[in-house]
Ligand binder design. Structure first.
Ligand code: C2E
Ligand code: MG
Ligand code: MG
Ligand code: MG
Length: 291
């Protein structure tokens, strides 16, 4: 390799780096504007109990309606919110909006558990608990109707601090779910200490469940662990009936996925629930009666 080749490569690398950095600055500016101009909104994905087909809860998922790019996926910008510290402001808005929505639906007779994802910085923020308790009080939402989702990786980042904060969340009456379970590195001893209510098996395992014994072994093991820990088990990312049929045979309580519904804006969710209730009471009369 000649000197010329080397220097050319250096130029290319520095150009790439500059572009990337510039890209991040633009994104950060965009995100600040998004917060100011309220370009964020929440969509809600139904969670169904396998046994009786009832929709018991929804997961709130963040969306960004970007002026030029259209709807941007949270996977693309949540890391930037976290790096820039904007996650505190965004996270606060997400919590208030989800709580407000759950309370509004409750007043309309639609009682759904509201699950909200928390970023690491939020879980580790010692002031979050005061804010959360204040919000449910202001909006008159029973705290048990709010579930806080924390990914396995987030929980294990600073496990001692997480443990303390999760205990405070529990004292206030909130439910706690461990999200994307199976994709991080959990210490079983922490898993036993965390005051969990729900375990969500990651979509990656569910997706492969119809592709052979090994994938089924993992889902079986995770759901058995969750069951024996006395947790509610939710399988994420069910797209096909064949996947649900496999899960039916395991100790899985709830499913969430495109097969039931995509994440929906509030009006769509109301329409979905109306159509669903009518449909469910026709085919599963018991599901309606046992409320
Ligand atoms: P997650 O919490 O595990 O959320 C589930 C993701 O799987 C959502 O992606 C949902 O749209 C998607 N999903 C659900 N069912 C299916 C299915 O059947 N097939 C496929 N292919 N996908 C399905 P989404 O909304 O793009 O969110 C991605 C991740 O971004 C979330 O994963 C969560 O980690 C994060 N996120 C989303 N909203 C928030 C938020 O408000 N706050 C924080 N901190 N993180 C959020
Ligand atoms: Mg989640
Ligand atoms: Mg998940
Ligand atoms: Mg996920």
């Amino acid at each position: 390799e000649t000197n010329r080749d080397q220097s050319r490569r250096c130029i290319r690398f520095s150009e790439i780096r500059a572009a990337r950095e510039e890209g991040r600055v633009i994104l950060e500016t965009d995100l600040r504007r998004a917060l100011e101009k309220r370009e964020f909104f929440l969509v809600y994905q139904p969670q169904q109990r396998l046994e009786n087909h009832r929709i018991e809860g929804v997961e709130a998922l963040l969306r960004w309606n970007h002026a030029e790019r259209g709807i941007v996926s949270p996977a693309d910008f949540i890391p930037v919110l976290e790096e820039t510290g904007l996650i505190h402001e965004a996270g606060d808005w997400i919590l208030e909006e989800a709580i407000r929505q759950a309370a509004e639906w409750s007043r309309q007779g639609l009682e759904l558990r509201m699950s909200v994802n928390l970023a690491a910085a939020q879980v580790e923020n010692p002031h979050l608990i005061t804010r959360l308790c204040g919000l449910v009080k202001d909006y008159q939402l029973p705290p048990a109707q709010l579930e806080l989702e924390i990914t396995e990786s987030t929980a294990m980042r600073v496990p001692e601090q997480t443990l303390l904060n999760l205990r405070k969340f529990k004292q206030c009456g909130f439910q706690i779910a461990i999200d994307d379970f199976g994709t991080g590195y959990s210490s079983m001893s922490y898993l036993l200490q965390f005051p969990l209510d729900t375990l969500k098996i990651d979509r990656a395992f569910v997706k492969e469940i119809t592709h052979g014994k090994r994938n089924r072994a993992i889902v079986t093991a995770l759901s058995t662990l969750s069951f024996h820990l006395g947790l509610t088990t939710i399988a994420e990312g069910i797209e096909l009936e064949s996947q649900r049929d496999y899960l039916d045979a395991l100790n899985i309580d709830m499913i969430q996925g495109f097969m039931i519904a995509r994440p929906l804006v509030p009006e769509q969710l109301l329409a979905f629930m109306r159509a669903y209730d009518a449909d469910t009471s026709a085919s599963h009369p018991s599901a309606q009666a046992s409320s």
